[in-house]
Each structure stands twice: as structure tokens, then as C-alpha cells.
Design a protein around this ligand. Structure first.
Ligand code: PMP
Length: 312
């Protein structure tokens, strides 16, 4: 596949061992490739130049969600959470990145059978790779958004609280529509017409000083960054609500921002061409963004337990 650009760090974990990324290849007939029968995770590692370490953000929680995604499918892999964490650390040390890094654990249905199935003869296998990753969305200038005409996949179609590979066609459609209409990012409504999240990130709005985010039962991925921000906001003395958000609340919000492992904390300047607040970084979004970046870089002692520091 020499014609495909590959940004990956040199080594991957594949079929039980660490191999050069070029050797981590699957057959085109693989069930997961054909039907999206896989689950994945995404963890960020922040590189500290002075300390020569990578700080992995909430690694344990990411691996819990990864295993829960498999559980939703009624599947399992041969590794425990502890083993997954050990593999991640070993692979990170082997790749020895000197930039911020994105870690992608992945489990896929490996059979070559024609049927999309989750049967016993179609076991899931674990693999992992890593890529250097800076900003996924701009975090300094604010992002423009639109409400997508695509609805967020619902719990009884493709369970949205599980990070299922096949479900990401939903994200890709929303992102494509937003980008082709000149916006940076999309906001999904769920089938009930309530605000759900971005294409691959959770959303918060601020109204009258209260930080609000859709509750866990609104067909969202239960983001680990979302959970972290709820905690940070409470610690900052900001009132928080997890509840249903109407579409039109987006248009009258004082502030809005996305959050996620890729997105980090990215504030929103406009929604459907309506300016959010002043169109600049809001007070609450700003306070949270500043604290968030200190926390993930391991600079806040209080949240040290969220950071796994790996010497490089
Ligand atoms: N929603 C979706 C659909 C996502 O893909 C992601 C990224 N994992 C998020 C939200 C944010 O979740 P987290 O903070 O755990 O990265």
C-alpha cells in the first residue's frame, strides 16, 4: 500500500506482538473491514519536552470504555484491562514519540466469512497503533458549526455509547456535510430532535452561568473528556446540568464548546451562522480550556491520578 500516506509511529501491536506498522495488515475479506464489526478507543499522550515523558490522559478509563464497547456487542478479547495498559505502555516506549501522540486501541472481528455476524466463529482480535497528533480542531480561534441534517445513531440502531467502528459512517457523513457547506464541524441532533454531540466530540453550552451538556441517555458517546470537564467545572465552582438540550437553545447560548480526546477543548464561535455570545472565547469556556490543558499536561497535582507518566 505504498501509495497511501501513513503518519503512524513505526511500531504497532498486532497478532500478539509488536511489529513494524507495515506488517500490521489484514486480509480485505476481514469481517470488520467489510461490515464495521469492530470497536476502538482513542487516548492522548502529551509530550513533556523538559521532563522527557509522555503523560497519557485517563488511560485506565479509556480501557474500561474500550472493554465496555466490546461488552455491548457481547464480545471479548484475550486481554484484561491491566494487560491492555501494559501493552500500551510497552508500545509507547518502543515508539518513543517526542510529540503529542494519539493512541488507538482497536478490536476487530477477524473472520473472513461473508456474513456480518458476532458469532463464536468470528472472534475479536486486539491491535494498537499510535500517531503524532496536534490540534484536531482549532483550539485557539474558535470553530464554526452547523446543525447536521444527519441524525445521531440511536441506542437501538448502533449503540452510541459504544465506540463501534461501523457507527463512524454517521460521523463521517455529518463532518462531510459541515465541511462542504463551509463549516468546521457539525452538531448532531438525536432521533428525538435533541442536541446530542459533534461528529466525534461532546458538546457543552453555557446559559446564564450554568454549564449544560446532554445527558448520557441522549445517544452520545460517554466521553471521558466530557466526564473530566464536569468534574473540573464543579471544582471551579461552576454549576453544571446534564439534561435534554433543545436545538434552539444552541442559538441563545452565551457560550458553547466541544470536547474530546481529539478535539480537546475547542470553543464554538457560531452555530448555523448565528454568533455564539460575543463570538469570542467565553469566560467559562476559557477557564475550563486553560485548566484542561494544565491538567492533561500533568501540571495540576490535584488531578495527577488522571495522568500516567511514561518516561521516553
Ligand atoms: N463522541 C464521539 C462520537 C467520539 O468519537 C468521541 C471521541 N472519542 C467523543 C464523543 C469524545 O469522547 P472522549 O472524550 O472519550 O474522547
Amino acid at each position: 500500500m505504498a501509495h497511501i500516506k501513513n503518519d503512524s509511529l513505526p511500531f504497532a501491536f498486532f497478532e500478539g506482538k509488536i511489529v513494524p506498522i507495515a506488517k500490521a495488515q489484514i486480509n480485505i475479506q476481514t469481517n470488520a473491514l467489510q461490515y464495521g464489526t469492530g470497536v476502538f478507543g482513542g487516548v492522548r499522550g502529551y509530550y513533556n519536552k523538559n521532563g522527557k515523558f509522555i503523560s497519557l490522559f485517563r488511560l485506565d478509563d479509556h480501557m474500561t470504555r474500550f472493554l465496555n464497547s466490546l461488552k455491548v456487542l457481547g464480545e471479548s478479547i484475550e486481554y484484561s484491562k491491566k494487560e491492555l495498559i501494559d501493552i500500551t505502555i510497552k508500545l509507547l516506549k518502543r515508539n518513543a514519540p517526542t510529540t503529542d501522540t494519539y493512541v488507538r486501541p482497536f478490536a476487530y472481528a477477524g473472520s473472513l466469512s461473508l456474513t456480518p455476524n458476532l458469532e463464536r466463529d468470528n472472534p475479536f482480535y486486539f491491535a494498537q497503533y499510535m500517531i503524532p497528533l496536534g490540534d484536531y480542531l482549532p483550539t485557539d480561534r474558535g470553530v464554526t458549526t452547523c446543525v447536521s441534517s444527519w441524525r445521531r445513531i440511536s441506542d437501538n440502531a448502533i449503540p452510541s455509547r459504544a465506540k463501534i467502528t461501523g457507527g463512524y459512517i454517521n460521523s463521517a457523513l455529518a463532518k462531510k456535510e459541515a465541511n462542504s457547506n463551509g463549516f468546521d464541524e457539525a452538531i448532531f441532533l438525536n432521533e428525538a430532535g435533541h442536541v446530542a454531540e459533534g461528529s466525534a466530540m461532546n458538546i457543552f453550552i453555557v446559559r446564564d452561568g450554568v454549564l449544560i451538556t446532554p445527558s448520557k441517555t441522549e445517544d452520545i458517546l460517554e466521553g471521558i473528556t466530557r466526564r473530566s470537564i464536569l468534574r473540573l467545572a464543579q471544582d471551579l465552582g461552576i454549576s453544571v446540568e446534564e439534561r435534554v438540550i433543545d436545538r434552539s437553545e444552541l442559538y441563545v447560548a452565551d457560550e458553547a464548546f466541544f470536547c474530546g480526546t481529539g478535539a480537546q477543548v475547542a470553543w464554538i464561535t457560531s452555530i448555523d451562522r448565528r454568533k455564539v455570545g460575543s463570538g469570542k472565547r467565553g469566560k467559562i469556556a476559557g477557564a475550563i480550556q486553560d485548566l484542561f490543558f494544565r491538567v492533561v499536561r500533568g501540571e495540576e497535582e490535584k488531578y495527577a491520578s488522571w495522568c500516567t507518566k511514561i518516561n521516553i
